[in-house]
Design a protein around this ligand. Structure first.
Ligand code: ADP
Length: 858
């Protein structure tokens, strides 16, 4: 057995091997140790291998799904080895000692799940493949639970942001690629060929050219090749649902890197869960598919005014008509997850229940179609979606006739094909029904005949139907002429057979077997219909999700009194009465009120320095404006009284850098790496929020860096920026930077207590209130007192020396300083370039060297 196990384990590679033995999946060696730890189950041992006992653990087959889910969550991948013949077949093949043949039937990995139980209903599950072809990065992404596939190409330095946007649960890349993303699954290089990719896609979709789907670059096709090859590998040759690929055009989405995404807590909060995230505060979708699409919208806000306005038009229409919105949401609420049911059906893992879900979902879509068509004031984008909501009439009729109202998830027991659909099947069922009734009648007859009132006809898997009487009555049935034959003696009962019973039982078995086979054949046929209509069904699912997102956005806006944003091309940002949706909800839960604040950036005033005490609301203000931009460009209403948003091409957020110890970088290093990215990438159309740059290092270092970064953003990047800082000294930047203005969050000291007003006001902050905040936080009074006396000393010193920023008066502006330095270097270089060294005497050369040195010293 170990030889068979080890051979399979070799095929499984670095996946845990689930080795089927009877009713258990067993794991051995290191696999067992990992699984026992992750699943918290007992680690035992068995036999020996190489002189040592073999570690082992196992999980019951009937509850394997739950264990699989936990292993996948913990980052494991699993290979499932099933018995591929029965013990009888094995004996026939190789004698009584023959081992049952086993084979890996499938790999279960985070990116390739389709099981309802293993998927989160409101989150997409994306598998991505990445590779590099001649300096271009190709990315193929597919959510195999719904079959959606997207291809894109980007520059190497944009790969991180693209992968962050996709949020893939599994990434595969060529095994020998040096720049592969960390934690990816290495795959053979040859599967990432563009020709191979093209061939595979053509084969999947049964077409001779991909032109009908769009234009794809070599890098995109290579990535697609890697993706399909991987799916083929994990499914052991059975491919899941893959819809025709869609090319994602570069630049059609707002760029956000990973640090920005996590600091804005878009899909997950800093705690690592959906709780407290933006999506949780926004999501009012009533279907899982809608929630998944909303998450996608928020991950990839648009940069095309027309496309944004199309989304807004639909939201706005639904916002203005609460009754219609209620009707639509009512219909959507009862919808099953059509997209995922289709995914399972096409992957060959569908159940009768999935077919029932397609039937119910598609007919509800039709109902929605009729409701919407009755409205003459439909907005354009909705008009275009309407046809996808209908057109499945024949399929719905077929399924309605063929399936019972609530089909089961299990196929093996039958009973899912409706009566009246197939006369032969009905006849088989009638025969077995009659036989069942006949058996019930037999029971009464045998009781009469024998006079044993406790006589029962029962059924089990081993004996089939049998007659059972209590042991004390057994003699009456044992008599040779009684017509009963003895089968089994139990502790308190004895079991018999009888000819008539045997005949009826055979009738049930035979007709039942035939009925099952007939149902199975119908099932395959019904699946075939769905498979053929897969693209149209997927389009219906997509339209339903889009309508759900729009209705959910409208609902959220109505609930919170949100505003329809105006999206324009000029680089401005005018937000009146803006709020932070997550903080506001958290405050509301405590019965507190959020203070709304305005923000008004435009080319002549594009950098706001925001000062004020800790806990005063600086970070909240910064983030709320970034989130409002994001929500508007994702095509939704915004938490404000009014908002005009100049399109943002890139959004950057650096809020309170946190340690990234996993990558071996200190807080300060992370902060500087991220700041460097902003300085090199932000354009005049970008929007940047920076919170407390330089906090992670000494006061002098920090102030100098914050100063230089603010100057560079102002004079070189020239993007819109909100910059929170507690360095008072930075307010002096306003003297030299024309488009920079000073603001602060207000606070007051009242009877020795600090009152934070959370209200933004113009001008620099007057004090830092650090000690008052510390008191508020519960730092003991003696410590505060001591801090006060230290502070007094320091402030006296500051008054005497002119403070931290003394001597900055004659500091030239950042840009000017750089230019001056460059000029000097250039003058030296020009002089050197103009030299003819061969024509110099040794004495002249020495003189010249002195001169050059003097020039270099300035
Ligand atoms: P800072 O960045 O200035 O230290 P934060 O933005 O982190 O301050 O805000 C601290 C706390 O103050 C928040 O957790 C929130 O409870 C409260 N807060 C912030 N802004 C507001 C506001 N506009 N209205 C009401 N409460 C607010």
């Amino acid at each position: 057995m170990m030889a068979q196990y080890l051979a399979l384990k070799q095929q499984a590679g670095d996946c845990l091997l689930f080795y089927r033995m009877g009713d258990f999946f067993e794991l051995f060696f290191d696999d067992a140790k990992i699984a026992a730890q992750v699943l918290d189950i007992a680690l035992t041992s068995r036999g020996e291998h190489g002189g040592a006992p073999i570690p082992m653990c196992g999980v019951p087959v009937h509850s394997a799904e739950g264990y699989l889910a936990r292993l996948i969550k913990a980052g494991c991948r699993v290979a499932i080895a099933e018995q591929v013949e029965t013990p009888e077949e094995a004996k026939k093949r190789g004698g009584s000692k023959a081992l049952v043949a086993r084979d890996i039937v499938r790999f279960v990995t985070a990116g390739t799940l389709t099981e309802e139980a293993l998927l989160e209903p409101r989150r997409a599950n994306v598998l991505a493949a990445v590779c590099e072809v001649r300096g271009a990065i190709g990315i193929a992404a597919c959510d195999i639970s719904t079959g959606r596939m997207e291809l894109e190409e980007c520059a190497p330095d944009e790969m991180g942001a693209a992968l962050a946007r996709l949020g893939a649960s599994e990434v595969v890349a060529p095994e020998s690629w040096e720049n592969a993303p960390i934690d990816c699954v290495p795959r053979p290089n040859r599967s990432f060929g563009s020709d191979e990719g093209e061939t595979r896609l053509k084969a999947v979709h049964g077409v001779s050219t991909l032109d009908g789907f769009g234009q794809f670059s070599r890098a995109m096709l290579a990535a697609a090749g890697g993706l399909v090859a991987y799916l083929d590998h994990v499914g052991r040759g059975a491919l899941p649902l893959i819809l025709p690929p869609v090319a994602r055009e570069a630049g059609t989405h707002m760029a956000m890197d990973e640090a920005t995404r996590s600091s804005l807590e878009i899909l997950v909060s800093s705690g690592g869960t959906r709780r407290g995230s933006l999506v949780e505060a926004i999501d009012r979708c009533v279907t899982g598919a809608g929630a998944r699409l909303l998450a996608e919208d928020l991950s990839a806000p648009l940069t095309d005014t027309r496309a944004i306005n199309r989304r807004l038009e639909l939201v706005s229409w639904l916002h203005d008509d609460p009754l219609l919105r209620g009707d639509i949401r009512g219909i959507l609420r009862s919808l099953p997850d059509v997209g995922r049911a289709l995914g399972r059906v096409v992957a060959g893992r569908g159940s009768p229940r999935d077919l029932g879900q397609l039937r119910d979902g598609l007919s509800e879509a039709r109902r929605l179609h009729d409701v919407l068509r009755a409205r003459s004031d439909r907005p354009g984008p909705l008009d275009e979606m309407l046809p996808s909501l209908s057109g499945h009439g024949a399929l719905c009729d077929l399924y309605a006739r063929a399936l019972v109202p609530a089909p089961p998830t299990e196929r093996s027991q039958g009973g899912y094909i409706a009566e009246g659909y197939d006369a032969a099947l009905d006849e088989l069922r009638r025969v077995s029904g009659n036989a069942r009734r006949a058996i019930a009648a037999l029971e009464a007859k045998y009781r009469d005949n024998t006079g044993v009132a406790a006589l029962k006809i029962r059924h089990n898997g081993v004996l089939g139907y049998f007659i059972e009487v209590p042991a004390r009555h057994a003699d009456r049935l044992m008599a040779p002429e009684s017509g009963f034959t003895h089968r089994q003696t139990m502790a308190g009962a004895v079991r018999f057979n009888a000819l008539a019973l045997h005949e009826e039982a055979s009738r049930i078995a035979e007709s039942g077997g035939h009925a099952l086979a007939a149902e199975e054949a119908h099932f395959e046929d019904l699946v075939g219909h769905a498979v053929r209509a897969r693209e149209a069904i997927a389009a219906t699912a997509a339209a339903l999700a889009r309508i759900d997102v729009a209705a959910g956005q409208a609902e959220r806006a109505a609930e919170g009194g949100w505003a329809l944003p105006r999206v324009v091309d000029e680089p401005c940002l005018e937000i009146t009465g803006g709020r932070h949706p997550v903080v506001e909800a958290a405050l509301a839960a405590k019965g507190e009120r959020f203070v709304a604040n305005d923000c008004c950036l435009h080319p002549q005033d594009r950098l706001w320095l925001v000062g004020g005490p800790n806990m005063g609301g600086k970070s909240t203000f910064l983030r709320q404006n970034a989130l409002i931009v994001l929500l508007a460009q994702a095509g939704g209403f915004v938490p404000a009284q009014a908002a005009t948003i100049g399109l943002v091409d890139r959004l950057f957020s650096r809020v309170g850098a946190s340690d990234n110890l996993a990558r071996g970088r200190s807080t300060f290093m992370v902060e500087m790496v991220e700041t460097a990215a902003i300085l090199s990438q932000a354009t005049e159309r970008s929007f940047v929020i920076l919170d407390e740059v330089g906090r992670g290092t000494s006061t002098y270092d920090g102030l100098s860096l914050a100063w230089a970064v603010a100057e560079a953003i102002h004079s070189i990047n020239r993007c819109r920026c909100l910059f929170a800082t507690h360095y008072h000294e930075l307010s002096r930047l306003a003297e030299a930077c024309d488009s920079l203005s000073l603001h602060h969050v207000r606070a007051r000291e009242w009877k020795g207590d600090l009152v934070l007003l959370h209200e933004l006001a113009e001008g620099p902050a007057d004090k830092s209130y650090g000690l008052a905040v510390a008191r508020l936080a519960g730092v003991p009074a003696p410590v505060i007192k001591r801090a006060k006396s230290v502070l007094e000393k320091l402030e006296k010193g500051r008054a005497a020396t002119g403070g931290l920023a003394a001597g900055l008066d004659d500091l030239p502006l950042f840009a000017a300083a750089i230019e001056a330095a460059e000029e000097k270097v250039d003058a030296l270089r020009e002089r050197l370039n103009g030299l003819d060294i061969d024509s110099l005497s040794p004495r002249e050369a020495l003189d010249l060297l002195y001169q050059l040195k003097a020039q270099a010293n300035g």
